[in-house]
Every structure is written in C-alpha cells, then in structure tokens.
Write a protein that binds this ligand. Structure first.
Ligand code: F6P
Length: 352
C-alpha cells in the first residue's frame, strides 16, 4: 500500500502531530509506504514529494507548523491563471506516485478540493485542521485550544494595563467568519465584552456601556473577532486576493472600533492585533492528544478502505463523516451555545 499525505491551508499547531500519527501506524501496522506531498495541493500539481519514514516523523509531536510545508492559495481545479490542472495533479498522484490513497489534512478549502479528487477516483481520507474551529460536523479541531490559550494569555496581560491606566483595551482575534476563538479566548481571559461575527453589535450602545464603565470600573477589556461587524457595517477586509480559493483576508476591525469609540470616551483606547501569534508555536497538550487521535483514526480509515470520509470529534469520541457532507459548509457559533449563555450569565457584553 502506498499512501500520500499532505497538509493544506494555513499552518496550525498539531499538524506535525497528525503527520506522525498517520505515518507511524501505517508503516508499523500496515507495512505501508508513506509519501509526503510538499506544500499541500501545490506539491501534487508540481510533482513535489518525499518519502516519510518512521525516523522522519519521530520527535515532531510538539513542533509547530508542518514539516511538509503548506499553501493556501493553490487549487488544482482553478490554478493561478484560472486553468483547471486537476488532471495533471491526478496523473502525478495515480500514475507517477501510484498512490493507493491520499490523506489530506486541512480546512474547508482543502476538504472541498479533496472531495473533488475523491470523486475523480483518488481515494481520500480528510483530517480537519483549523484554529478557527469552524468545520461542520466536528465538535473541536486541533489547533483551536492552542489559539485560545494564546488569546487568554494576551487578555491577562492586556488587563493589567487596562486596570493600571484606566484604559479601554481591545484585542482582535482570528477566526474568520466564526466567533469561536474570540468567544472561548474571551471567556478564558475574562474579557468584559466579546464581539463575534454571529452577533452584529451596536456601536453607540457599546460606547455608552464603556462610558458607564469609565465611572463604575475605570477600565474595559474588549475581545473582538476579526469577522465581527457593527450593525449596518461591512466586514473589515485587510486585503483581497483575486483568483485565490480564499480571496478575503480579514483584519483591522479592532482599530476601526477604537476610532469609533474614542470620540465618546475620556479614557484612552488601545488596540492589539493578535494575528499569527495565535497560529504559531507548539500545540497545547490537549491539541497534541487530539491531533494524535485524529491521525490514528485517519490511518484506521485507510486500513479499512473507508474512503471519501473526514475524521471528526463527536462528543468525546472520534468518528467520521462523508467529505461531501462537509465540503463548502462552515460552523458558526449557535445562539444557544452554552459558552455564549455562560458569558451572558456572568455579565459579558455581547452586543445583542
Ligand atoms: O483559517 C485560519 C486563519 O488563521 C484565520 O483565522 C485567518 O483569517 C486566516 O487563516 C489568515 O490567513 P493568512 O495566514 O493567509 O493571512
């Protein structure tokens, strides 16, 4: 058996732990040959791969990033010039490498592409990866816990300045169109207000609330997701990458909010954009374990010949769903989410 393995989309703590947990059982228990495809689907398109041996993947469990490299702007079905080169990528996988199956570790973009290759006859198993925690059918993705830990620590640190100087401190998190990172990070870091994409907020009401806190508490800590927006306003877009599978880069809503609040407040308002700090570095213990479970479950699906599926966490257990059922969908924070209710219950301002 010859299995290809790739990591697509943005890097994420725990990717190397998955690579290790897919490779070691396939080699050790199935006597399979494992080949790492470099930089996601880019490597499939450009013929870039290398063998993965047990010795290659030992010792990478706690390493951040991905030893295979990744790419979040490469779609063989729509190359940079708009041309469909999926046949070329498929020929490399099936004729050159003679892969029996491909394990694709990635986010929604990677799963959509993987599903299309699966339909074209390349057996695929998907492993969900995203710090955003927004993949459908999956209760928790590895990388999310690590990102939340960074946000919580950042808020702890920002809170001391907020209190000491009597300021409004704004921390902007990642998360794209879902508020999971801001919600859990904000809860863990004791934010006074948490603003998420799922709940558009009223700027005037937020300003009035901060003003009231100026006399009552003297300071305010706001955790805002990059995809959050005020009622009647658009998303704050940092850059547009035409032709990319993911053409919108979000960022800057924290600074925008600062400019909106400043005229109404006496205290200073400062913004910290947490950015890629949330995505880098070593995974937490929780993410190392989850990534290892996901990788092992993917290897089991390969061993069983159960293709066209993505590994998921359902409650406390690993399971799998069809790639078709997740492709093109996301998972916003539902309004009855327990974390949201708890946040409201402890007095966090949620905007609505
Ligand atoms: O999907 C993960 C993520 O980190 C998002 O939270 C963020 O919007 C995006 O990727 C940033 O992507 P890039 O690294 O390409 O700027």
């Amino acid at each position: 058996m010859h299995i290809g393995l790739l990591t697509g989309g943005g890097d994420c703590p725990g990717l190397n732990a998955v690579i290790r947990a897919v490779t070691l059982p396939l080699i050790g228990e199935c006597a399979a040959r494992v080949t790492g495809i470099e930089r996601g689907f880019w490597g499939l398109l450009h013929g870039a791969s290398r063998p993965l041996e047990a010795t290659t993947v030992r010792g990478i469990l706690a390493e951040g990033g991905t030893i295979l490299g990744t790419h979040n702007r490469c779609d063989p079905f729509k190359d940079v010039d708009g041309v469909d080169r999926s046949a070329q990528a498929l020929a490399y996988a099936k004729d050159t490498l003679k892969l029996d199956a491909l394990v694709a570790i990635g986010g929604d973009g990677t799963m959509q592409i993987a599903e299309r290759f699966h339909r074209l006859g390349l057996p695929v198993v998907g492993v969900p990866k995203t710090i955003d925690n927004d993949l459908p059918e999956n209760d928790r993705s590895f990388g999310f816990d690590s990102a939340v830990a960074v946000v919580a620590e950042a808020l702890d640190r920002l809170a001391t300045t907020a209190r000491s100087h009597g300021r409004v401190m704004i921390a902007e998190t990642m998360g794209r169109y879902a508020g999971w990172i801001a919600l859990e990070g904000g809860l863990a870091g004791g934010a006074d207000a948490i603003l998420i994409p799922e709940i558009p907020f009223d700027v005037a009401a937020l300003a009035a609330w901060c003003r009231e806190r100026e006399s009552r508490e003297g300071h305010t800590l706001i955790c805002i997701a990059e995809g959050a927006r005020a009622t009647g306003h658009d998303l704050t877009v940092k850059t547009r990458l035409e032709g990319s599978p993911d053409p919108i880069r979000l960022g800057g809503v924290g600074s925008w909010l600062q400019a909106q609040l400043e005229p109404h407040l006496q205290s200073e308002v400062r913004t910290t954009l947490l950015g890629h700090v949330q995505r880098g570095g070593t995974p937490t213990a929780f993410d190392r374990v989850l990534a290892t479970r996901f990788g092992y479950h993917a290897a089991e699906l390969v061993r069983a010949g159960d293709f066209g599926r993505m590994v998921v966490l359902k409650g406390a257990d690993c399971a799998s769903v069809t790639l078709e059922s997740v492709a093109g969908r996301s998972r916003p924070v539902p309004m009855d989410d327990e974390r949201l209710l708890a946040a409201r219950g402890v007095g966090v301002w949620l905007g609505g």
